[in-house]
Design a protein around this ligand. Structure first.
Ligand code: SF4
Length: 193
């Protein structure tokens, strides 16, 4: 039998998701985008340099590489993303938002209705909501053995050196400050958290 709270949480999440979808759909129609195209564009706007490849987009969206390839091709054709070769391995392609793609995301996400709802809440309450949602997401990802796609600074490989430089313990490379708040395909949750 389903726990009462599970049922309630599901209903809230479902209704919130429907409202968010309605809001973003309006602006997608104006911009001529499909939901999956906007999701791919949004992912690319906040992932780090290890995660902006077609394979990572497919992992994040839970779609096949073929579907994602069509989506990315369309975004490229309408000038919202551009492909850049990796400077070490020319077979690897990185995807970057153009200024047009940046503008679409800034105008669409997060939807105004969500912004207005959260602005009315004290910061502590907003923090509690983020923590609770994070716990649900992590538990579901663990149960399904999915990648966490967490923020870099919360990763178990994230190192802060004595000179305050940030380094990725997995790749050994220095991390730029602007990258530490982005999400990463290789992110792993620290064992103790
Ligand atoms: S520290 Fe973790 S999240 Fe950050 S770049 Fe390295 S693997 Fe990715």
């Amino acid at each position: 039998m389903v726990n009462m709270k599970t049922d309630q949480v599901y209903q809230y999440l479902e209704r919130i998701a429907n409202l968010l979808r309605t809001d973003t759909r309006r602006s997608m129609v104006e911009k001529g985008l499909q939901p999956v195209q906007l999701e791919a564009l949004h992912y690319l706007s906040h992932c780090n340099r290890y995660s902006n490849t077609p394979a990572a987009v497919a992992d994040f969206l839970g779609l096949t590489k073929g579907t994602v390839s069509q989506t990315l091709g369309l975004l490229e054709n309408v000038g919202m993303i551009e492909k850049l070769p990796d400077h070490k391995d020319r077979r690897v392609v990185h995807l970057k938002l153009t200024s047009r793609g940046d503008k679409v995301i800034a105008e669409t996400i997060p939807p105004k209705s969500l912004q207005m709802a959260l602005e009315k809440m004290p910061e502590a309450e907003q923090g509690s909501i983020v923590k609770a949602l994070d716990k649900i997401l992590r538990a579901m990802q663990e149960a399904n053995q999915l990648r966490t796609f967490g923020v870099c600074k919360s990763c178990r490989h994230h190192l802060i050196e004595t000179d305050d430089q940030h380094r990725c313990g997995l790749t050994g490379e220095l991390l730029q400050n602007e990258g530490i708040d982005k999400i990463c395909r290789e992110h792993e949750t620290p064992v103790s958290s």
